[in-house]
Design a protein around this ligand. Sequence first.
Ligand code: UFG
Length: 323
Amino acid sequence: MKILVVGGAGYIGSHMVKCLLRTGHDVVIFDNLSKGYRDAIIGGVFVEGDLADGEQLDRLFKSHDVDVVMHFASFIEVAESVKEPARYYQNNFVNTQNLLDVMVEHGIGSFIFSSTAAVFGEPQYTPIDEAHPKMPINPYGKSKLMVEQLLADYDTAYGIKSVSLRYFNAAGADPDGELGERHNPETHLIPLVLQVASGRRDAISIFGNDYDTPDGTCVRDYIHVQDLCDAHLLAVNHLLKTRTSNNFNLGNGQGFSVQQVIDCVANVTGRKLTVRIEERREGDPAVLVADAKQARSMLGWNPSMPDLEIIIETAWRWEQSFF
Ligand code: UFG
C-alpha cells in the first residue's frame, strides 16, 4: 500500500515510517520540519510542506496515489496549549480539517489519527476504557477531541473511515538505536531523567510528591513507541477489512509512578541521579492508566515491550548513541 505519513519526521511518525518500510509499504512523508528533524527521515519520499496549505496538499494527492493517511503532526505540550490555545486549535484542529477536506476532494477514505489520553480529562475511574467520559481539561486535549468528533461527522457525511488511537505515555526508542525521542525543549519524563543519567542535565524535578498514589508521585502508563507502531499497522488492516470507524485506547494497563521511573533509570544506567521535589505541575492527573482490552480483542494488538526496564533500555541506548 501507499501510505502518507503526515508528521513522519517527528518522534512517533519517524518510527512509523521505519515500521512501514520494513513491512513492505510505499511511504510518502509530509512534514514542515517545525518539530521534526530531516535526519529522522530514514526512507520513503519526503515532501516538505504545511497542512495549512491546501494547494500544496492538492498537488501532493495529485502526484501520489495514496491509499491510507496517517496523521502524527500535532503540538503536544499541555502547558503550552493553555498559554497559546490559538496555535493548538489552528495546528491540531483547523489544519487537520484542511487535510481531511482535501482527502474528501481526492476520494481518499482511510485515515489513522494520533489521539491522546488527554481527551478524557480528569479520570473518573481507572483503568480508562473507551466508554470513559470525555471531558478534556486543556486546549491540547480539546483540540484532539474536536478532531475525533469531526471524524465521526466526516464518516457519516463523506464516508471517510478512520481509526483514532489514543496514546497514553509514548516512550522508548527504536530497538536498533537508529531513531529516538527528541523534543526541543524536552518536557517528557523519561528523556529528561536519561539526560540526568548521561550528565547533560544536573537533576530531575519531581512535580509533586503529595498525590493520592502509593508513593505520592503521579502514575502513568508508559507504552513503547514500537508497540504503538504495531497498533497502527493492525488498525490499517482492521480499517480496510471492516470499513468501520473506531477509537482505541493504547497503553499497557500498568501504571508506574514518577519515582519508579527514576529508580528504573538508575538501575538500567547504573548512574546516581539527583532528584528535586518541586511543586505540582498544573493539569497533571494523579493516575492515567489505559484499559486497552478493546485494541487487544478487536485489533489483535499485543504489546511486545510492556516491561518498563526494556522501554528505558531502548531510550538509554538512543540517548547514549545520539547525543
Ligand atoms: N514529570 C516530572 N518531572 C519532569 C517531567 C515530568 O515529575 O521533569 C512528571 C509529570 O508531572 C507527570 C509524569 O512525569 O506526572 C509524566 O510526564 P510527561 O510530561 O512525560 O507526560 P504526560 O503524562 O504529562 O503527558 C503525556 C503526553 C502528552 C499527553 C498526555 C496525556 O506526553 O502529550 O500524556 O495525558 F497529552
